[in-house]
Design a protein around this ligand. Structure first.
Ligand code: TPP
Ligand code: MG
Length: 586
């Protein structure tokens, strides 16, 4: 199994041991020159790391867990990979064949359990001859379908001799390794039709997602030819740098006002490599003529009824499309978008600079933005940090950035950042995480960092903790969506000294409580000789307002919805400050 994984180019496995996989551990020990085993604190972390590896390298990520509880612990991280279309192979142990069906200890029906998350391919080995074909198919299908696959290996099989080659006889399966570089382009006629539609449009909006990460250059050319604005779904945050004047930034609840204006004002929508979920942030049905490009036919016309659906690789398809496009002479639409983008960045800066008690979280991100090291890799968690990741950071050319886009689970921030360091030890990795996620899993990730950081050529891995003693994103959802006041019993979380804890582990810990010291704190952790935790004491009353909410709506909301909220005075104060920055000159 390990030799075959190595033949596929796999160099690293994230996992945690158990008696369901001791045979594999023995083999990994013997193969330590060719396969690196990275030990995590919790199997969920291993799955997140495998997903992070796939996101930041484009290669298959592999995780390993024991039977029963280990396999169960992997699941959330595997769903994260599945829903964000990342190729991940999970290898899990199982009880010995003779025990199965005997309600044996740790015997879980793993084929059924994994049938959803790994439904494209989940198989249990019952004869060592199968091993080669199962590895080949698990990896190939993970790549071809951009999904999670799983191999289940009973522990007694792990003790049998390997079968190097399946026998030359009836019933044997002979598979090989290798997967082609995808180069799928729609036929010329389709491209001509697409170009006609785009050339006819007067106000073109482009929406890019993770599927366009390799196509930045082409997206830029097309936006320039068509005089378009470009909005980015969260997973496509790094497709184009935010310093391009027609890039409107994120879209959706965590998005920007220019993206909202772009979508509500356009007459033509070109969407690629995205399954951005919220249709209400796209043009109204019938308002715009739509074209979508996706490598996966299942994702076409999923959120907006498109006039043209193109099945193809985004980069290659755009390359083939460009010669058919005419440069639009009328640049007024793009000019209008650029004006809105320029104003919006002023709103963002003004909101970040508003005072809060003690620190405005927006300012922590704003101060990071101009200090982001070249080629850094950003990982955000789910929580209020995702809002500020989406809006307050200016991503530059060469950076990578991700989060749990579709599962939107808590806790990937720290493990993604660790996987980024293993994959790119020379790049700075930065995780942006809430205190709830740190308590749930992240603090334990710090132990893993303290175990491994000396291996990285550049030791800088920085974890920003938004210490607000609150499950803040959900507290705001309860207020804004449900009209409910904060429920302290569910929302308050215990205090914890994150920076001190980092120091205890031999890492650097910096705690900042004064807004004027944020810049210096970033500089300290960004120039540290070891991984660091930057703990910022932030105000939970700073609202995570959707981009298009009007002044009237906000007045109504503050007047009627939050009566009885334990934080009433604070949220009214902070909300008005942010809203005012959006409607008045700063
Ligand atoms: C595993 C999981 N549990 C619960 C949620 C719901 N949820 C989303 S954000 C959030 C709050 C996160 O709190 P914290 O990490 O402290 O970040 P904050 O919003 O306070 O910055 C919760 C509970 C989730 N997305 N994932
Ligand atoms: Mg919190």
């Amino acid at each position: 199994m390990i030799e075959r994984l190595v033949s596929w180019g796999i160099k690293r496995i994230y996992g945690f041991p158990g008696d369901g996989i001791n045979g594999i551990m023995g083999a990994l020990n013997r193969a330590k020159d060719t396969m690196d085993f990275i030990q995590v604190r919790h199997e969920e972390m291993a799955a997140f790391m495998a997903c992070g590896h796939a996101k930041f390298t484009g290669e298959v990520g592999v995780c390993l867990a024991t039977s029963g509880p280990g396999a169960i612990h992997l699941l959330n991280g595997l769903y994260d990979a599945k829903m964000d279309h990342q190729p991940v192979v999970a290898i899990v142990g199982q009880q010995a064949r003779m025990a199965m069906g005997g309600d044996y200890q740790q015997e879980v029906d793993l084929i059924s359990l994994y049938k959803d998350v790994a439904h494209e391919y989940v198989h249990m080995v019952s004869d060592p001859t199968q091993m080669q074909q199962l590895v080949d198919r698990a990896i190939r299908i993970a790549k071809a379908e951009r999904t999670v696959t799983c191999i289940i290996i009973p522990n007694d099989i792990q003790e049998l001799d390997a079968v190097e080659e399946p026998p030359r006889k009836h019933g044997a399966v002979h598979t090989g390794i290798g997967f082609p570089i995808e180069h799928i382009v729609p036929p010329g006629g389709e491209l001509q039709k697409t170009a006609d539609l785009l050339n006819d449009g007067k106000r073109v909006a482009i929406l890019v997602g993770a599927g366009a990460l390799q196509a930045g250059e082409e997206v830029r050319k097309i936006a320039e030819l068509l005089g378009a604005g470009v909005a980015k779904a969260l997973l496509g945050r790094a497709v184009l740098p935010d310093d391009l004047p027609y890039v409107t930034g994120s879209i959706g609840l965590l998005g920007t006002k220019p993206s909202w204006e772009l979508m509500t004002g356009c007459d033509t929508l070109l969407m690629m490599g995205s399954s951005f979920p919220y249709s209400e942030f796209l043009p109204k049905e019938g308002q715009a003529r739509g074209v979508q490009i996706d490598i996966d036919g299942r994702m076409l016309s999923l959120r907006y009824p498109m006039e043209i659906n193109l099945l193809g690789d985004s980069k290659e398809t755009l390359k083939a499309l460009i010669p058919y496009l005419k440069r639009k002479e009328d640049r007024s639409w793009q000019k209008k978008i650029m004006g809105e983008v320029k104003d919006w960045w002023k709103v963002i800066e003004a909101r970040a600079m508003n005072n809060a008690h003690p620190i405005n979280p927006q300012r922590v991100f704003w101060e990071l933005s101009s200090r982001l090291p070249d080629n850094c890799i950003l990982s955000s968690d789910s929580g209020s940090s995702a809002n500020w990741f989406a809006r307050n950071l200016k991503i530059r050319e060469g950076m990578m950035a991700s989060l749990s886009g579709n599962l939107a689970t808590m806790c990937p921030g720290v493990p993604y950042a660790i996987a980024a360091k293993f994959a790119h030890p020379d790049r700075v990795s930065i995780a942006l995480v809430g205190d709830g996620a740190m308590q749930m899993l992240g603090n334990n990730g710090l132990i893993t960092i303290s175990k491994y950081w000396k291996r990285w050529s550049d030791p800088r891995l920085i974890i920003l903790v938004l210490h607000n003693n609150d499950l803040n994103q959900v507290t705001w959802e309860q207020r804004v969506m449900m009209g409910d006041p904060k429920f302290n019993a569910s929302q308050d979380i215990p205090d914890f000294p994150y920076a001190e804890y980092a120091e205890l582990l031999g890492l650097k810990g910096v705690r900042v409580e004064d807004p004027e010291e944020i810049g210096a704190a970033w500089e300290e952790v960004l120039s540290a000789d070891r991984p660091a935790v930057l703990e910022a004491i932030t105000d939970p009353d700073v609202p995570t307002i959707p981009p298009h909410i009007s002044f009237d709506e906000m007045v109504k909301f503050t007047r009627t919805l939050i009566k009885g909220d334990p934080n009433e005075a604070g949220i009214i104060r902070q909300t008005f400050k942010d809203i005012l920055e959006g409607v008045l000159p700063h």
